[in-house]
Ligand binder design. Structure first.
Ligand code: CA
Length: 218
């Protein structure tokens, strides 16, 4: 569940925000103190921080600067005072991803939260790599040490099986069924032939023969 850290010392605002976010399906943690908020964010104890400016022990700007200085990329939305453009500018300069001015409506806040979380979603992985060999599964391209290598569809599919299972012994029968389907007779030596092709194209040392068992990607 997505967890949101609410670093805000005004109980009325903190509770309004946390009740709304929980109703919208988020988990929330309420923290009233700047230094404690910083520690929680640095522990990775949240997916997004809502950060008030005026806080005990450390103000919101100090928290944010320290967070960024220590390499944290957690999205931060500052809760600033509407009267203060200085707050807004200072917050964005200190590394805030967005800000919401008080007083704000819950809908306004929720829209910002959703959009910042969406930006921060990891992109689905389209490439798999191991030992200098990279397969871009969507583009069907293969590279070895950044050099592009031309693989046929079967070679690519076979290489993909190995790269998705590094260090595991894959039997000829398993590879036959996954790469060629069940059209091939289990006695066929097509796997051995294709492993030889892959060794020629990807490097001789990656695929090790495990006698009596199959092949393993090292
Ligand atoms: Ca405050």
């Amino acid at each position: 569940m997505t967890k949101i850290l609410i670093v805000e010392d005004e109980p009325r605002i903190a509770s309004f925000v946390s009740r709304g976010l929980e109703a919208a399906g988020y988990e929330t943690v309420r923290i009233e103190d700047g230094a404690e908020g910083l520690a929680a964010a640095l522990r990775g104890d949240g997916d997004l921080v809502l950060l008030d400016v005026g806080l005990p022990s450390m103000d919101g700007f100090e928290v944010l600067r320290e967070l960024r200085a220590r390499g944290s990329a957690i999205p931060v939305i500052m809760l600033t005072a509407r009267s203060s453009t200085r707050d807004t500018v200072e917050g964005l300069e200190a590394g805030a991803n967005d800000y919401v001015s008080k007083p704000f409506t819950f809908e306004e806040l929720l829209a910002r939260v959703r959009s910042r979380l969406r930006e921060n979603m990891p992109q689905p992985s389209v490439s798999i790599s191991h030992g200098g060999v990279v397969l871009d599964v969507l583009a069907r391209r293969a590279t070895v040490d950044d050099r592009e290598v031309d693989l046929s569809a079967r070679e690519f599919a076979l290489a993909e099986q190995f790269l998705r299972n590094p260090g595991r012994v894959l039997s000829r029968e398993l590879l036959l069924s996954r790469v060629w389907g069940l059209d091939f007779d289990p006695g066929s030596n097509v796997v051995d032939v294709y492993v030889r092709y892959l060794r020629g194209k990807l490097g001789a040392d990656h695929i090790v023969t495990v006698r009596g068992a199959g092949y393993r990607w090292e």
